[in-house]
Design a protein around this ligand. Structure first.
Ligand SMILES: NC(=O)c1ccc[n+]([C@@H]2O[C@H](COP(=O)([O-])OP(=O)(O)OC[C@H]3O[C@@H](n4cnc5c(N)ncnc54)[C@H](OP(=O)(O)O)[C@@H]3O)[C@@H](O)[C@H]2O)c1
Length: 287
């Protein structure tokens, strides 16, 4: 029987229970994708975890399947799918078909795989680097959306697509040397609203989450720099920014966008940055 705090959480945060939702997540082998997968397993989701590093995916599935209970008898809660999202479209479609067959359905796609690329400016960025960043951050997200979205449409049960973008894709912040990354994430924002428009008729919602820097596997080294806290304190309005963790700041939003509580929510870009990109704050405070 549910205890009192479970009941309260059910009433106030219904998205804490996502039992039975099938989630396909790209870039699950590290960082955000890894953290999202563990968190969603805790909420009862079934997971198809995709990336290129299969050893990491196996380790993630092992961790999930040994620590969280499946609601359906002996079926695993998480299964791995090897996928390079720069592959040719038929390869991606075949991986999606495998993923769909694993649980017979997919309710949610999280387009999380992404690369930052080098810090090259307009004048010294190579064509190859531009293409590589776009192929992963933008093209890959579109192809996964296309093949999963068409199956969601045919299944007639609706769905939710969540694109993990970045504050670098917003029109209110630009950093030198982020041409390919920032532009690819801005394209992901444009894609989010366009897809929301086109897929809404099939009850498929499409939203993006634009995070700033969070404590995660790939930012571990950065967080060890002594100066980082001073920079954050000077720039970012919310005081707890330095301690921002993927869970709960991003995970709660992901859960909400999966849950029917957000059934009227589509075409949005949710900025999660502690106010980092609010224009003017550091300028006025330093005068
Ligand atoms: N960390 C932050 O502070 C931050 C801030 C803003 C936005 N983001 C965004 O959040 C997302 C996740 O980033 P992260 O910080 O978690 O970085 P990460 O730890 O480097 O994770 C990136 C993931 O993308 C996958 N990936 C890369 N190239 C791929 C390809 N060709 N095919 C399939 N998968 C590929 C990687 O898996 P494999 O190498 O195994 O394929 C890995 O699992 C990215 O879209 C990133 O732009 C992160």
């Amino acid at each position: 029987m549910a205890n009192k705090s479970d009941k309260v959480s059910q009433l106030l945060e219904p998205w804490s229970d996502l039992k039975g939702k099938v989630v396909f997540i790209t870039g699950a082998s590290s960082g955000f994708g890894w953290d999202f997968s563990i968190n969603l397993a805790r909420a009862g989701c079934k997971l198809i975890v995709a990336a290129r590093r299969v050893d990491r995916l196996d380790a993630l599935c092992h961790l999930i399947n040994n620590n969280f209970e499946s609601t359906t008898s002996n079926a695993p809660l998480a299964v791995p799918v090897e996928l390079d999202i720069t592959s040719d479209p038929p390869v991606i479609e075949a991986a999606v078909q495998n993923a769909w067959t694993a649980f017979g359905n997919i309710d949610v796609l999280i387009n999380n795989a992404g690369v930052r690329g080098g810090t090259k400016t307009t004048l010294d960025l190579s064509n190859d680097e531009w293409n590589r960043v776009f192929k992963i951050n933008t093209n890959g997200a579109w192809l996964c959306s296309k093949y999963i979205g068409s199956r969601m449409r045919d299944a007639g049960k609706g769905g939710s697509i969540i694109n993990i973008s970045s504050i670098d894709g917003l029109n209110r912040i630009k950093g030198t040397g982020r041409l390919a990354y920032g532009t690819s994430k801005a394209a992901l924002h444009a894609m989010t609203t366009q897809m929301a428009q086109e897929l809404g008729t099939h009850n498929i919602r499409v939203n993006a989450i634009a995070p700033s820097i969070f404590r995660s596997e790939i930012t571990k080294g950065l967080y060890e720099k002594k100066w980082l806290k001073n920079v954050f304190d000077a720039q970012v309005p919310l005081p707890f920014y330095f301690d921002a963790q993927v869970d709960p700041s991003l995970t709660e939003l992901v859960r909400y966008l999966i849950h029917p509580a957000s059934k009227y929510v589509t075409g949005n870009i949710f900025i999660v940055d502690g106010g980092n990109t609010l224009a003017g704050v550091p300028i006025w405070s330093s005068l």
